[in-house]
Design a protein around this ligand. Structure first.
Ligand code: 13P
Length: 266
């Protein structure tokens, strides 16, 4: 399939790995990217846990930099101040991050992050030059009630659709059905495609066709080498936000290889 949009294979390491493992994995990814001809519209992103994000970003090799980016898993809305335990987006930029995850379902669930707070995070991240990877997705009861599209539409409207067209075009969206995260239960390629197409349709209504066609929409939720080709080959799926399978070089680089295959670059 000839995919013109930026395609992305992103790893969300969550609260996993120790320092040695984080550095080793970063270097294994460097090596893989350095050894292969990776098309420019493919980006590989890792989001290490906070104590390691600076060293991982510093460890990205000079020659892999155009392809390989590092992101934070979260950021605050303020630049500095009395917010114990929080990280300003400027700090992520300062240590070499290009991306930041915003609105992951685990942040929404365990830290009660509201639509309005996420909208502020998106604004702030964009202000300092980070690319937000904005996560959306429904829980199982919502999927079973058949209101999943409306649920995701609300998430997008409340936290993203206030953006100018220019700013919106800098955002990456990750659709992560909560029932598929860490459960081994992947959305079928048809379920993923159908939601991604619905998201693109909403973007088109809000910002027009060109913007809708330019924004990358990633799938996340038990994505692994065994199912990635069928997901990545869907016309509106522009890559993956990977949890478990991003923690080992073998499976993560396999996902990059599968994506290159889908892009016709193998
Ligand atoms: P898993 O790939 O482990 O299901 O996690 C997906 C995820 O939440 C990525 O952000």
């Amino acid at each position: 399939m000839d995919k013109k949009r930026r395609q992305i294979v992103a790893g969300n390491w969550k609260m996993n790995l120790n320092q040695r493992q984080a550095i080793e994995l970063t270097n294994d990814i460097n090596e893989y990217i350095s050894d292969h001809t990776i098309p420019e519209q493919l980006k590989v992103v890792i989001c290490p846990s906070l104590p390691y994000v600076a060293s991982c970003a510093g460890d990205v090799w000079e020659d892999t930099k155009p392809i390989f980016g590092v992101g934070g898993q979260n950021c605050h809305t303020e630049s500095s101040g009395a917010y114990t335990g929080e990280t300003a987006p400027e700090m992520l930029r300062d240590v070499g991050c290009e991306y930041v995850l915003i609105g992951h379902s685990e942040r929404r669930k365990y830290f009660n992050e509201s639509h309005a707070f996420l909208a502020e995070k998106v604004n702030k991240a964009l202000d300092v030059g980070l690319i937000p990877i904005f996560c959306c997705g429904e829980a199982l009861d919502i999927r079973e009630a058949g209101t999943h599209e409306a649920h995701v539409a609300t998430q997008l409207r409340e936290s993203l659709f206030h953006l100018s067209k220019e700013n919106f075009e800098r955002v990456i969206i990750a659709y992560e059905p909560v029932w598929a995260i860490g459960t081994g239960k992947t959305a079928t390629p048809e379920q993923a495609q159908s939601m991604h197409a619905a998201i693109r349709q909403l973007i088109e209504q809000q910002y027009g066709k060109d913007t809708a066609n330019s924004v990358s929409i990633l799938y996340g939720g038990s994505c692994k080498p065994a199912n990635a080709a069928s997901l990545f080959s869907q016309p509106d799926v522009d890559g993956g936000l990977i949890g478990g399978a991003s923690l080992k070089a073998e499976s993560f680089t396999k996902l990059i290889e599968i994506m290159m295959g889908e892009m016709g670059n193998l």
